[in-house]
Design a protein around this ligand. Structure first.
Ligand SMILES: Nc1ncnc2c1ncn2[C@@H]1O[C@H](COP(=O)(O)OP(=O)(O)O)[C@@H](O)[C@H]1O
Ligand SMILES: [Mg+2]
Length: 288
């Protein structure tokens, strides 16, 4: 497994130039022909072809002959373009280990003046349902599904976190580039990976944060014990699926979020709360 940092360090300026040219070309078509890459990058075709061969050997670009000869960048290259942009803009100073591969993301530790993570979205490679759901959004969407699915997921996640932070316990959002979101690294462990001394306290904290987000008009919509980090306090992560309170399925999604959390605490800690009552307290505007 070639790591991101290694790949990043071995990038030459010509590589970047070519990758950016393919990325730009992919806004208009699925596969970008050599002549177009050459025209956009200003690198003569024969030279560009040489770099493209090397890039494809490193699994950064893919090549096809049908329906016409052309190139695409791979997710790994998209990661590099985002990382390069984040470093250039001063948001990321150093890159650490991979923290994990989630359902729909790859997360790395990073550092600037505070500990960070970079979350590279992977939507679109695995699930096309979200792609279908967001299709209406972008009139001018890129022609390659995963580029816009992953980019849109990152944009939603970043915007939602900016709206919630610091009122709701979410990681501090720092920056976004393409499909990559940079945020504060939260100390602690996943809720699933710890035995709580005082589960009732943490459950109440989670429910209180759900309520605060709801009052700001936001429903997480993918909440479960896997998206809560526990340290001294709790932090709710993984917001790309969040919807507004005016969403057609808002009620259902809120109910599912709450029920996932209640079920987990019931199963693991034998705390048995009434979901209907909890939902009512979340929805009632009592000025808290
Ligand atoms: N801000 C963060 N601080 C610390 N760890 C994080 C942070 N964000 C994500 N992680 C780690 O990365 C994993 C995947 O992130 P998550 O946002 O849940 O994406 P996925 O959609 O892949 O589940 C989490 O389970 C957690 O271990
Ligand atoms: Mg998650």
């Amino acid at each position: 497994m070639i790591q991101l940092a290694e790949r990043f360090l071995s990038l030459r300026s010509e590589d970047l130039c070519i990758l950016k040219a393919i990325e730009a070309g992919m806004r208009r078509r699925e596969w970008v022909p050599l002549e177009e890459i050459s025209a956009i990058s200003g690198i003569p075709a024969s030279k560009a072809e040489y770099y493209l061969r090397l890039l494809s050997g490193r699994k950064l670009v893919s090549y096809t002959k049908v329906p016409y000869e052309g190139y695409q960048i791979e997710f790994a290259a998209y990661d590099l373009l985002a990382l390069h942009d984040l470093v250039r803009r001063g948001f990321v100073a150093s890159l650490g280990d991979r923290l994990g591969v989630g359902k729909e993301s790859v997360v790395y530790e990073a550092l600037n003046d505070i500990p960070l993570v970079i979350k590279f979205h992977r939507e679109g490679r695995t699930s096309f349902s979200r792609v279908r759901r967001v299709r209406e959004y972008l009139r001018d969407r890129p022609k390659v599904p995963w580029i816009y699915a992953a980019g849109l997921a990152a944009r939603t996640e970043f915007e939602v976190m900016e709206r919630l932070y610091p009122y709701v316990a979410v990681p501090k959002p720092v920056a976004r580039s393409r499909h990559a979101v940079v945020m504060e690294r939260v100390p602690g462990v996943l809720l699933t990976k710890t035995d709580l001394d005082d589960p009732a306290f943490y459950l109440n904290r989670i429910l209180a944060e759900i309520k605060k987000a709801y009052r700001l008009g936001v429903i997480h919509a993918d909440l479960s014990e896997y998206n809560v980090i526990v340290g001294d306090d709790i932090t709710i992560i993984d917001w790309p699926q969040a919807v507004g309170r005016d969403h057609e399925n808002a009620e259902e999604l809120l109910e599912r979020d709450v029920s996932n959390i209640l079920k987990y605490f019931k199963r693991r800690y034998k705390i048995d709360l009434n979901p209907g009552e909890i939902l009512r307290t979340i929805k009632v505007d009592d000025g808290e």
